[in-house]
Write a new protein. Structure first.
Lengths: 798, 338
């Protein structure tokens, strides 16, 4: 909401600079978003009267003007405007003025004639785009007056952000009350004494409220014989300064009073109302209304309308109807001042996407007690400005009248909640400046009964009063202390520990952390080749997605990572190593996932550390390391069926009976779907299952004290033999003496027969109880070779 | 003879100074100490000396020999270290060649910031708690004193699911869940994702929040200020100023927004802070009694405070990314910067 300081000052005195006032309001909870000085750049521009006009001796298109700028000063100004004439009032930029358009006014000689200033167009003053001639000013202005004053531009506009609870501040008087709380100065309310005619309003109209819940109060006055016309300039200036467009005197007055009191008003053309009466009722099925914006609105029965004897003439609290609006021919006016239930206005305004100054206030809650004051104020202004007479009396239907709310307030509670030591006097002063009534308690000096003013709909409890005291006391004046209570002992969190370890490991192994939106495109399931009946396709759908490609919640992290790879590849970044840790959304649960992608190139890509393409075993190593840091040692890699992956190059990782994750080379069709020209490797693990499998209870194993002995073993076996089968036999034969087995080479080619491959292992023998002799190791090693031969047909390779 | 020995000693010591290589040194050694060397020759003449002279000259000869041997050794050592020096010089490499960085990843900038925030509160005794991102109207709004027709709901443009549930618009529902499952005292923070229908340079439809909650028998607004000032100084530097402004949240009363002194201009006023010197970083307040009632705590006996901040916003105070949607493109050129 915009507030004009000049306007505000008509209600309350304050001597803050605009910046000080902005700061004080902000610290009271009325945040000031901007401070705008109207007429900035017009300093030095005054009202001038052109007293004589003579042709320029040396130029056809220029004119010499003698301009009176008051104080008996006459300036010669050279001017080229076509509309200049003797006796014209126009703005004069005097020497030294710097206009906001950047023009600097200097003494000048134009074709040999001196010019002591500039007569300006509206465009030159940045007031409008009008540039065809000089800006013509009204001739009743006094010569020499600063232009800002003449145009009402010597004003400052504060743009306020009013929080939804403070509907009482959506008006000049509301803001004035906040200043009263800060300064203690008194508020000058407008003097309202409408003079009424002999005609009794009850003879000319009536009001019926059919649903008092939705309309707690409806008041009306009738003003007869008005002259609809343009508003006087002070009214237009007021409205324009706060950003409200002027329409005609009647409508402008309703808007002026709305800004003044925060009470929306509506003026009907009395004669356009069927039977000249008002019925506040629900819309009927299939009823329509053309609103002021000339849009036909279909109404629903839950919507409240203002109707005449037969049809809706306004959407209650939202917008008036086109057919009953004030026009130039309007003679008699029925002026509405009412109160509506916030929720009802809110749902109507939301349903019709129709947001107005009136609906904004009603849906936040207006003060039912300001209905009459605003009505009388507007009626009086109408008579003053548009003429006419006010019928005797007010129709005031007020079924929702409520007793003022009383709240018990304890001083000790105030200080208990805030951690302050605020005294009774300060509490009393604050509340009364804010408009609260106080009934002192005779027996308990520190406790009060506080009467809540009708405009403070947000205050219903003691804690609300405490906030009022706190904000006027100043949050900055509340001490800064540290919590005194006990620190609760948190339960152990194994899940968190697993996530932390995995994340650290993956970062350490060269993968960048990605964070993707939880939304995805339903077509991503096609792209990763999930079967039509794949359970991951059962994704949660959004009712109101931002776009179709963000319309479901992820059930897997894989598509996001592939999209990330695609994005990077499209930007010529091909060393793709990314992981993400996030929840997915499956069957109403939100299990955690960790997934990673390796694609394109790995390595530093520098001299001595060239790029190379990652392969299955790079990814497998990462997976093994990740499980190792989680204390998971007993697991198996097993071939599995998964259409996202290369059928021969994938593995599920199984712990006990449970699949805890999957990894592998991405299927070529999936790569094509993401326009990736190189192989990619993925893994995705279930974090809760990793947590279940993880074991951090490991004990120390003694560092060997006896020396170990290494033997290399190269065997030639069938190509199809899995590399872990010899390992099982070595372990089984060697028992405790086999400390470790490392496969250091796999070879297929010229050196070995077709259909065969060579596997080379380094076996480390060691005993915890003795120093092994060469002979003992050799004997054991031979035994191993023999078993490999008989059981796997392995030949020693020389 | 003694004179002869003295002459040799002087001669050798003089010549040693000129030696430049171990080859020359060896030649010199042979010239004097070799089988036919000059010193050897002189020593051979010892036999012709008288019985009286022999021990005296003999001792002198041994001294000369010892002196020269030592001098030879010294020269040898010096030469060797010179040679090694030279060799090392010859082994010099081009140190401007690229280093072989071990592969290392970097945490996502938003998560880095989230972790910093989490660490600070953890040090102050706050326990991390998480909760579901798909929520019900009840936990996301109603239990937080934001009934359906409350205008504050306009501030949250909510993603609804087809089953009537919604994506949480803040991490606050977890506070309710925590209070339902635990008895006071509670001192928790809730980091996590939240969602709002918003997509422009300063809004992403998914964002991260950290909310905090402290509930006990007697928690005051002044303690809220204490915790948050402590946080701000740890997060933004110990010179950071903090101010609290009254604000409105349905689930806190009194409510506040907290600003820190601008991290760009240190409070003098600049474009980043709209020339106010202050930058808003979080919302906070004393837990509203209605919220306590919703979880069956007695608001007369229990008080508390809550606060919440947007992680992207705080991250961007440092990073100053013009379009925060960049956070979620996962462009490696971007991720590598942090
Ligand atoms: Zn700044």
């Amino acid at each position: 909401m915009n507030v004009s300081l000049n306007w505000l000052k008509t209600y309350i005195d304050f001597d803050f600079t605009p910046e000080e006032l902005a700061n004080r309001l902000t610290m009271l909870g009325i945040e000031v978003e901007s401070i705008k000085q109207l007429g900035a750049g017009l300093e030095g521009v005054v009202v001038g009267k052109i007293v004589s006009v003579t042709p320029h001796p040396n130029a056809d298109k220029l004119i010499l003007c003698q301009v009176d700028i008051g104080d008996e000063k006459r300036l010669q100004i050279v001017c080229g405007a076509p509309n200049v004439y003797q006796g014209m009032f126009a703005p004069v930029a005097t020497i030294g003025t710097e206009l906001s358009t950047g023009i600097k006014i200097k003494r000048a000689k134009l074709r040999g004639e001196e010019s002591h200033g500039m007569l300006c167009s509206e465009k030159e003053l940045a007031i409008s785009d009008e540039a065809s001639g000089l800006m013509e000013l009204p001739s009743n202005l006094s010569v020499g007056m600063p232009l800002t004053e003449a145009l009402g531009l010597n004003d400052v506009i504060l743009e306020l952000e009013i929080t939804p609870n403070r509907s009482d501040c959506l008006s000049m008087l509301g803001v004035a009350r906040e200043i009263r709380a800060e300064t203690g100065n008194t508020i000058r309310y407008p003097e309202v004494t409408p003079i009424e005619s002999e005609t009794d309003i009850r003879e000319v109209t009536s009001v019926t409220i059919e649903d008092p819940n939705l309309c707690p109060r409806y008041a009306a006055r009738v003003i007869q014989g008005v002259q609809v016309a343009e508003s006087p300039s002070w009214v237009k200036q007021r409205l324009e300064s706060v950003g409200v467009a002027a329409i005609n005197n009647i409508v402008d007055i309703t808007n002026l009073v709305l800004m003044e009191y925060g009470q929306p008003l509506h003026a009907f053309d009395y004669h356009k109302l069927c039977e000249n009466r008002i019925v506040v009722r629900h819309a009927k099925e299939n009823e329509t209304i053309i609103t002021l914006d000339e849009v036909e609105r279909k109404l629903k029965p839950y919507m409240l309308v203002i109707a005449d004897a037969e049809k809706p003439v306004a959407l209650a609290g939202v917008m008036g109807g086109y057919d009953s609006e004030i026009t130039e021919t309007t003679k008699d006016v029925l002026l509405e001042s009412a109160n509506f239930q916030p929720a009802s206005i809110r749902s109507t305004s939301k349903k019709l996407a129709l947001h107005t100054d009136a609906s904004y206030r009603f849906e936040r809650g207006a003060d039912p007690e300001s209905v009459i004051a605003a009505l009388d104020r507007a009626s009086q202004l109408i008579v003053e400005i548009a003429g006419g007479t006010i019928c005797k009396g007010v129709v005031d239907v007020y079924p929702g009248r409520k007793e003022p709310l009383k709240i018990r307030l304890r001083k000790d509670r105030v200080n208990f909640v805030l951690g302050t030591s605020i005294e009774v006097e300060e509490i009393e002063q604050t509340l009364s400046r804010l408009g609260f009534g106080i009934e002192p308690n005779q027996t308990e000096r520190d406790n009060f009964e506080v009467i809540v003013p009708s405009f403070r709909l947000d205050i219903t409890r003691e804690i609300d009063l405490i906030e009022e005291i706190a904000r006027v006391h100043g949050y900055d004046n509340i001490p800064i202390t540290l919590p005194k209570g006990d620190i609760p002992i948190p339960p152990p969190d194994k899940n968190e520990e697993v996530r932390r370890r995995i994340r650290n490991f993956l970062l350490g192994s060269g993968m960048m952390e990605a964070v993707n939106y939880s939304f995805t495109n339903p077509n991503s399931f096609e792209k990763i080749r999930l079967n039509d009946d794949h359970p991951l396709r059962e994704a949660t759908q959004l009712q109101n997605p931002l776009s179709p490609d963000m319309s479901i919640l992820r059930t897997t992290l894989i598509p996001s990572l592939l999209e990330n790879a695609q994005h990077n590849h499209n930007h010529q970044i091909n060393n793709i190593a990314l992981f993400e840790m996030s929840s997915v959304f499956i069957n109403g649960e939100e299990p955690g996932r960790v997934a990673g992608i390796l694609a394109g190139e790995i390595g530093g890509g520098v001299y001595g550390n060239p790029y190379r393409h990652p392969d299955f075993f790079d990814m497998k190593g990462i997976v093994e390391g990740m499980l190792d840091v989680c204390g998971i040692y007993q697991y198996e890699f097993k071939h599995t069926e998964d259409s996202t992956y290369h059928p021969g190059r994938n593995a599920e990782v199984v712990f006990g009976e449970t699949r805890i994750g999957i990894m592998g080379e991405v299927h070529p069709v999936v790569l094509e779907n993401y326009e990736l020209p190189f192989k990619a490797y993925l893994f995705e693990f279930d974090l809760e299952k990793i947590t279940d499998a993880s074991d951090f209870s490991k004990c120390f194993e003694p560092i060997p004290i006896y020396p170990s002995i290494q033997r290399d073993l190269a065997i030639v076996v069938d190509q199809a033999l899995k590399s872990d089968m010899p390992i099982d036999i070595i372990n089984d034969t060697g028992g405790e003496w086999v400390e470790s087995i490392r496969l250091f080479d796999v070879y297929e080619g010229n050196q070995v027969p077709d259909g065969k491959k060579s596997l080379a292992y380094t076996i480390t023998y060691h005993s915890a109880t003795e120093t092994l002799t060469d002979k003992a190791v050799n004997d054991l090693h031979d035994k191993i070779v023999q078993r490999l031969n008989t059981e796997l047909g392995a030949e020693l390779r020389m | 003879m003694k004179a002869e020995l003295e002459a040799i000693q002087t001669e050798v010591l003089e010549q040693l100074k000129q030696i430049a290589s171990s080859d020359e040194l060896e030649t010199l050694r042979i010239t004097y100490f070799g089988r036919n060397g000059k010193l050897t020759d002189v020593m051979k003449g010892m036999g012709s000396l008288s019985k009286e002279e022999r021990p005296i000259v003999g001792k002198f000869a041994n001294d000369v020999r010892a002196t020269l041997t030592e001098a030879f050794e010294k020269t040898k050592t010096a030469l060797e270290s010179q040679q090694q020096e030279q060799q090392l010089k010859d082994e010099a490499i081009d140190i401007t060649l690229p280093g072989r960085k071990p592969a290392y990843g970097k945490a996502h900038p938003v998560i880095q910031t989230l972790e910093r925030i989490e660490t600070i509160f953890t040090r102050m005794g706050f326990q991390t708690v998480t909760g579901p991102e798909v929520e019900t109207e009840h936990y996301n709004f109603d239990a937080l004193n934001t009934p359906i027709d409350h205008p504050a709901r306009d501030l949250h443009d909510t993603f609804y699911l087809t089953d009537g549930q919604l994506l949480r618009t803040h991490t606050s529902p977890v506070q309710i869940r925590a209070m339902e499952s635990q008895k006071p005292p509670l001192r928790i923070i809730v980091p996590g994702k939240a969602y709002r229908v918003d997509y422009d340079v300063s809004h992403t439809p998914m964002f991260h929040q950290v909310e905090g909650l402290l509930v006990d028998k007697h928690v005051t607004f002044s303690e809220l200020k204490g915790v948050l000032v402590s946080f701000a100084r740890q997060m933004f530097g110990d010179q950071t100023q903090m101010r609290f402004r009254p604000h409105f949240f349905p689930f806190t009363e009194p409510s506040a927004e907290a600003d820190i002194s601008c991290t760009v201009c240190q409070g003098k006023g600049c474009r980043s802070c709209g020339h106010t010197g202050w930058i808003e970083i979080l919302g906070a307040g004393a837990v509203d009694p209605e919220v306590f009632k919703a979880v069956n705590y007695d608001p007369e006996k229990i008080t508390g405070f809550a606060f919440g901040m947007g992680v992207e916003r705080i991250a961007n105070l440092q990073f100053r990314i013009p379009d925060i949607r960049t956070f979620y493109e996962n462009d490696l050129r971007f991720l590598q910067q942090f």
